[in-house]
Design a protein around this ligand. Structure first.
Ligand SMILES: Nc1ncnc2c1ncn2[C@@H]1O[C@H](COP(=O)(O)OP(=O)(O)OP(=O)(O)O)[C@@H](O)[C@H]1O
Ligand SMILES: [Mg+2]
Length: 418
């Protein structure tokens, strides 16, 4: 394993005909017996007859803090071979962690490094875009992370205002409905020697490219939509439908948001299959909501990641817990793509027309601009009157899957009524 072996080591138990669950309960005992910081089940070390744990005598993030994962090297060594697994980060054991493309929420306080998972997803999608098997869309009201990509042909469309985002959302929904219709036409019930294909999950092909909608500052977008009145609320509902229906037809939302009070994200949580939780100072409850009940108590605690500031050279930026559909959270460090590296992709796929409007050096300048608006979204939320705040929370309920009678998927009848 990576790091100091005296401080981070593997413990293997012979199951000796005992149930795996019985043996895995030993972890509590080891934790207190050796006064370890964290102990976690290690699937990679498990066999049919043994159970494996990793014991950390010091916080595992110490290994991750010691080194930045250089995107230039990382993405060269770890290209995406399948769209269901985009390599994006390293864990403390030195394993590569991959994001299975699905709705993904990236959450963390300012400076925690939300840009690195966002940029990593974009970078890994590029070969698929080049092959016509993925289309990228974006919304970035802060005009920061997605701004340089606006000068490349890699994104179909990027909205930098709430109005443009509304248009983009309704356009995406049109496309989704079209695809849903195609999906019905392609249903194949087999028979006559044919293999049945019920189109449960469309693969990324030229005919059905995966549609990746990257949203930086999701809560700012939702608040601005809400403030647009009926039209904006309709766009919120449409985005909620894109999320509810998208999973089955290859439409994915990858969104980042700063730390906001739990109630603002509560209704949305279940829409996201993957969650990336970077450093935050939120409540244990909120972290548990993101990472799973009891996560904090079991030591998966993003609040304990050391602060990352300009003064300490963003020591822990990009370190956080990832949580998929199942399994425990995993502590990783995301690959970091510096400005030159991001620029290299833009320059390799330039939007000549837009580039022509730039003065020399402007792209570099744009990339270098440190736009750090701090807890801007929280300020805006604090400015809401109690009534507005309530209305906003109510508007967010369109995302609440558990309010739906069924499993969150729209029925065909509902769809046909669109
Ligand atoms: N994976 C990473 N590894 C190392 N450093 C990183 C990583 N990601 C980001 N950083 C550094 O941390 C700084 C802050 O990161 P970033 O801009 O992604 O924060 P953020 O979470 O998006 O904050 P905000 O909410 O203010 O937008 C970056 O300027 C960069 O220097
Ligand atoms: Mg950011």
């Amino acid at each position: 394993m990576a790091g100091d072996r005296d401080l981070h080591f593997e413990v293997v138990f012979d199951l000796a005909r005992k149930k795996r669950t019985q043996v895995s309960e030993l972890n509590e005992y080891i934790l207190s017996a050796v006064e370890a910081e964290i102990i976690e089940a290690y699937e990679g070390g498990r066999t049919n007859s043994s159970e494996s744990f990793i014991v950390h005598m010091e916080k595992p993030e110490n290994i991750l803090t010691s080194q930045i994962v250089d995107g230039r090297v990382f993405f060269e060594e770890n290209p995406a071979h399948k769209w269901s697994a985009f390599p994006m980060a390293m864990d403390e054991m030195g394993n590569v962690w991959s994001l299975p493309i699905a709705h993904t929420l990236i959450w963390g306080m300012t400076g925690s490094g939300k840009s690195s998972p966002l940029q990593s997803a974009i970078i890994q999608a590029i070969p698929y875009v080049e092959a016509g098997e993925a289309l990228l869309f974006g919304s970035d009201l802060k005009e920061t992370e997605l701004l340089p990509w606006d000068y490349s042909t890699l994104f179909e469309d990027i909205a930098f205002t709430a109005d443009d985002s509304m248009e983009l959302i309704s356009m995406l929904y049109e496309k989704l409905l079209e695809r849903n219709k195609m999906k019905r036409a392609w249903l194949n019930f087999g028979g006559d020697g044919q293999k049945a294909d019920l189109q449960r999950r469309l693969p990324a092909t030229k005919q059905t490219p995966m549609m990746i909608f990257v949203i930086d500052e999701l809560l700012s977008l939702l608040l601005e939509l809400f403030q647009r009145g009926a039209e904006g609320k309709a766009a919120m509902a449409t985005l909620a439908k894109i999320m509810a229906l998208g999973r089955a037809v290859g439409f994915y939302v990858i969104a980042a948001t700063q730390n906001v009070k739990q109630e603002f994200l509560g209704a949305m949580r279940d829409n996201f299959v993957n969650v990336v939780v970077l450093r935050n100072a939120a409540t244990p409850n909120m972290n548990d909501m993101m990472l799973g009940e009891g996560s904090i108590e079991r030591g998966f605690d993003p609040r304990k990641i050391e602060e990352s500031t300009e003064a300490n050279n963003y020591k822990t930026s990009g370190i956080g817990y990832v949580k998929g559909e199942t399994g425990d959270p995993n502590l990783v460090r995301f690959a970091y793509s510096d400005d030159d590296y991001v620029s290299s992709f833009v320059l390799a796929h330039p939007d000549e027309q837009k580039m022509a409007t730039l003065q020399s050096g402007q792209l570099e300048q744009m990339l270098a601009a440190e736009v750090n608006e701090g807890d801007d979204i929280n300020e805006k939320l604090d400015q809401l009157s109690p009534i507005e705040r309530n209305d906003f929370l109510e508007a967010l309920e369109v995302f609440n899957l558990s309010d739906r009678e069924d499993d969150g998927n729209f029925t065909l009848e509902e769809l046909n009524n669109q």
